[in-house]
Design a protein around this ligand. Structure first.
Ligand code: AMP
Length: 483
C-alpha cells in the first residue's frame, strides 16, 4: 500500500497528516498528488467523501512551500492559489482543511463568501494571504472593490464544478478566469460530467489528465434502503424510525425550503431536536445549525440539496431522503454525506408512489436496485389518510411561508436556489386541500415511557423482490408491530 511519503510530500506536510491521523492516501489522493506535484492540469471525477480536498490541497500547498515565509509585509503574501467552491459551507470546510494541512508551514489562508458583511473580510485580505478559498460572487465583489489582487495566482482549483454550473455561476467563472495569469496550474473536480462541464473543462484546463474515482458509484460502505410509504405518512415514519432506532445524528433531505422548515418545526413539536438549513437561512443561522449538529447537540438537521452540499461530518451515520431528489445525481451527492473515508453509514429513502420514477432513475444511475423494505404499520397501500388530516391549516402557516419567500440572500446567485424557491411556490399537484395537518403535530408531545416491543426495535422486514412500484399497486401485508 502506498504511503503519503512515497507520494513525494514534504516532511512538514506529512507531519500535519500524521497529526490528523491520515494513515494512507485514498485512491484519488494516490492518483492526483504525484501528478499535481509535477504541475500538470487535472480533471477529477470525484464526489465529496473520496478525500478529494486533500488530493488537490496537499500538492497545492507543497508547490507553495518555496514562497512560505513569516514576513509581516503584505507584499510577501500575495494570493498564489485560488480555490472556488459553489457554496459557503463547502468553502468553509475546504479552508478549514487547508489550515490543518498548513499547520507546520507559514502559509496563510482565508475563506470569503457572500451573505456576510464584506468589511469583516477586508482587513484580513489586507494583511496578505497565499491561499484564498472563495465562492464566485463574493470573490468578484472583492475584485470590484479592489480589496484583492489575482495577478500572482499560479494555481486555480474549481471544486464541485457541476454544482457551480447548476447554480448559475458560469458567467462569474468566466470573469474570474479572465483575471488570472495565463501561466498557472488548474485542477477541476466534478461528480458528474454533463456537456457544459466538458466545455468548461476545455476552456479552462490545459491538456489535463483525467482521473476518475468511483464516479456515480455510491460508497460501498453505505447501506441503502428504501421504505415505500404513503406520502402523507412520511413524517410519522421518519419520527418512528428516529425514535425506535434511537438515531442520534440524522441528516434529512427535503426537496423544498418550505418543506424543510415545516419538517424541522414538526419534528421539534414531537420532541426531536431539529433545525433546518436552506438557501433562505442567513449564513449565521446555517453555521449555528451545522455546528450544533456536528457537536451532537442537534439531533436532526433538515436540509435542501444546495445547503447541504459539501457538508463534511466525520462518521455521520444516517442520511434520510425524506423526498427523493428529482435528479438522480443528487442522490449520489446526498448519500455521500455518510459512509465517508471508510466509515459505515446508512442511507434511508422514504419513497411515495409518485416518486417511484425518480427511484428508477437513481437505480439506473447507481447500476443496482436498492433493497425495499416496508416498515410495519406504514404499509403504503393501507388506509393511511386519517380524517383529521383534512383540517384546514392554521392561519400562522401562511405568514411563515411568506416570510420565508421574502428573505432572499445576496451572494448566492443560485439556479438551484432559485429552483428551490420555485418549488416552494408551486401549487401542490393533487386536487386535495392544499395543506393538510396531522393532529398528532398539534398536540403537545407526550413522551412514551412504555417499553418498546422488540418488533418496534426491529422496524423493518425485507419485502419480496418486487419492484417498489409494484409494492404500491399490491400492498404487501406486514406483520403488525408487536409481533
Ligand atoms: P473530502 O472528500 O475531501 O470531503 O474528504 C472526506 C473526509 O475524509 C474528510 O473528513 C477528510 O478529513 C477525510 N480524509 C481525507 N483523506 C483522508 C485519508 N487519507 N485518511 C483518512 N481520512 C481522510
Amino acid at each position: 500500500m502506498t504511503t503519503f511519503a512515497e507520494l513525494g510530500l514534504a516532511p512538514d506536510i506529512l507531519r500535519a497528516l500524521d497529526d490528523l491521523g491520515y494513515a494512507t492516501p485514498t485512491p484519488i489522493q494516490e492518483q492526483v498528488i504525484p501528478l499535481a506535484l509535477q504541475g500538470g492540469d487535472i480533471l477529477g471525477a470525484a464526489q465529496t467523501g473520496t478525500g478529494k480536498t486533500a488530493a488537490f490541497a496537499l500538492p497545492l500547498i507543497q508547490r507553495l512551500l518555496p514562497f512560505a515565509n513569516t514576513g509581516t509585509s503584505p507584499a510577501k503574501h500575495p494570493i498564489r492559489a485560488l480555490i472556488l467552491t459553489p457554496t459557503r459551507e463547502l468553502a468553509i470546510q475546504v479552508e478549514e482543511s487547508i489550515k490543518t494541512y498548513c499547520k507546520h508551514v507559514p502559509l496563510r489562508s482565508l475563506v470569503v463568501y457572500g451573505g456576510v458583511n464584506i468589511n469583516t473580510q477586508i482587513p484580513i485580505l489586507k494583511t496578505g494571504i497565499e491561499i484564498l478559498v472563495a465562492t464566485p460572487g463574493r470573490l468578484l465583489d472583492h475584485v470590484q472593490n479592489k480589496t484583492l489582487m489575482l495577478n500572482q495566482v499560479n494555481t486555480l482549483v474549481l471544486d464541485e464544478a457541476d454544482r457551480m454550473l447548476d447554480m448559475g455561476f458560469m458567467p462569474d467563472l468566466k470573469r474570474i478566469v479572465a483575471l488570472l495569469p495565463a501561466q498557472r496550474v488548474n485542477m477541476m473536480f466534478s461528480a458528474t460530467f454533463p456537456e457544459e462541464i466538458r466545455k468548461l473543462a476545455d476552456s479552462i484546463l490545459n491538456a489535463p489528465t483525467f482521473i476518475e474515482v468511483a464516479r456515480n458509484e455510491t460508497a460501498v460502505t453505505v447501506k441503502q434502503v428504501v421504505h415505500p410509504v404513503h406520502h402523507e405518512r412520511k413524517r410519522q415514519l421518519l419520527t418512528h424510525l428516529i425514535k425506535s432506532r434511537d438515531l442520534s445524528q440524522v441528516l434529512v433531505f427535503t426537496g423544498t425550503k418550505l418543506g424543510c422548515n415545516r419538517l424541522a418545526n414538526e419534528l421539534n413539536k414531537l420532541g426531536l431536536h431539529a433545525d433546518a438549513i436552506h438557501g433562505d437561512k442567513t449564513q449565521q443561522e446555517r453555521i449555528k445549525a451545522l455546528d450544533a449538529f456536528k457537536a451532537g447537540t442537534l439531533r436532526v438537521l433538515v436540509a435542501t440539496d444546495v445547503a447541504a452540499r459539501g457538508i463534511d461530518i466525520e462518521a455521520l451515520p444516517f442520511v434520510v431522503n425524506y423526498d427523493l431528489p428529482h435528479n438522480a445525481e443528487d442522490y449520489v451527492h446526498r448519500i455521500g454525506r455518510t459512509g465517508r473515508a471508510g466509515a459505515s453509514g446508512e442511507a434511508i429513502s422514504l419513497v411515495s408512489e409518485s416518486e417511484t420514477r425518480y427511484l428508477k432513475d437513481i437505480e439506473k444511475l447507481i447500476g443496482s436496485p436498492i433493497e425495499a423494505t416496508i416498515v410495519p404499520g406504514f404499509e403504503p397501500g393501507a388506509a393511511d389518510v386519517p380524517a383529521y388530516q383534512s383540517r384546514p391549516p392554521r392561519s400562522h402557516e401562511g405568514s411563515t411561508d411568506r416570510s420565508i419567500e421574502r428573505t432572499v440572500e445576496r451572494g448566492e446567485r443560485a439556479g438551484s436556489e432559485r429552483s428551490e424557491r420555485a418549488a416552494d411556490r408551486r401549487p401542490p399537484r393533487s386536487s386535495k386541500p392544499a395543506v393538510t395537518r396531522d393532529a398528532l403535530f398539534d398536540a403537545p408531545y407526550v413522551p412514551s415511557d412504555t417499553p418498546r416491543s422488540s418488533a418496534a426495535l426491529a422496524p423493518t422486514r425485507p419485502t419480496s423482490k418486487k419492484p417498489v412500484a409494484a409494492l404500491f399497486r399490491s400492498p404487501v401485508k406486514s406483520e403488525p408491530a408487536g409481533q
